[in-house]
Design a protein around this ligand. Structure first.
Ligand SMILES: O=C(CO)[C@@H](O)[C@H](O)COP(=O)(O)O
Ligand SMILES: [Fe+2]
Length: 218
């Protein structure tokens, strides 16, 4: 199975956002990955609703929104209204994860949970059957362009086993430091969705880079 490719708009040229989104429309990207950072859950601030709405105006593909914010339950409906098709919250930011997942689903969006590198997939045992997506962070969240953490392969395998064991339909998304070199091993380990920011947007030919990632196989 070919992976879904979700380029991270965080690494795009914000001064030319419309042409960046139009490039992604023309490419084999499946989703647009949208990183929302609040300067509290992570030590960086990215962008918020107005920028998301501007992206949505031009995007012809689903928006996969990765919320790196505290108290995400306060903003779920607003993110959906701003165009989110998939909404992932961090397990580390949620006191009532089950409730927040139901809240996301009630808006009509797909519901995901993201895990920091130190967070065990075993914590998902009682929620995995309710999830559409698990986002395994393969870098510490907050910044693009970081080095891929090798333990991600083992973690992806463990999550895949849990998904099978619990009869879950959840997709596995890998986020951070993804490139052409680690993609095949990630797919072998069970990944379904590859997020790629700097690898795509610093490439001389982002469209060809996305096409090559899409051709990755295990
Ligand atoms: O969520 C995050 C970072 O916190 C990611 O989505 C990055 O934006 C991916 O960028 P690269 O590591 O591929 O440059
Ligand atoms: Fe992300």
């Amino acid at each position: 199975m070919r992976p879904l490719i979700a380029p991270s708009v965080l690494a795009s040229d914000f001064a030319n956002l419309q042409s960046e989104v139009e490039m992604l429309n023309k490419s084999q990207a499946d989703w647009l990955h949208i990183d929302i950072m609040d300067g509290r859950f992570v030590p960086n601030i990215s962008f918020g609703f107005p920028v998301m709405q501007a992206i949505k105006k031009h995007a012809q593909k689903p928006m996969d929104v990765h919320l790196m914010i505290v108290e995400p339950e306060l903003y779920i409906e607003q993110f959906r209204a701003a165009g989110a098709d998939v909404i992932s919250v961090h397990i580390e930011a949620c006191n009532h994860l089950h409730r927040t997942i139901q809240q996301i689903k009630a808006t009509g969006a797909k519901a995901g949970v993201a895990l920091n590198p130190h967070t065990s997939v075993n914590l998902l045992d009682d929620i995995i059957a309710d999830l559409d997506l698990v986002c395994i962070m393969s870098v510490n969240p907050g910044f693009g362009g970081q080095k891929f953490i090798e333990n991600t392969y083992r973690k992806t395998e463990a999550l895949k086993n849990l998904i099978i064991q619990r009869n879950s339909q959840s997709l596995i998304e890998i986020d951070g430091g993804v490139n052409q070199q680690n993609a095949p091993k990630l797919l072998q380990s069970g990944a379904d969705v590859l997020v790629a920011g700097s690898f795509v947007f610093t490439a001389e030919d982002p469209i060809a880079t996305i096409a090559n990632l899409k051709q990755s196989s295990n």
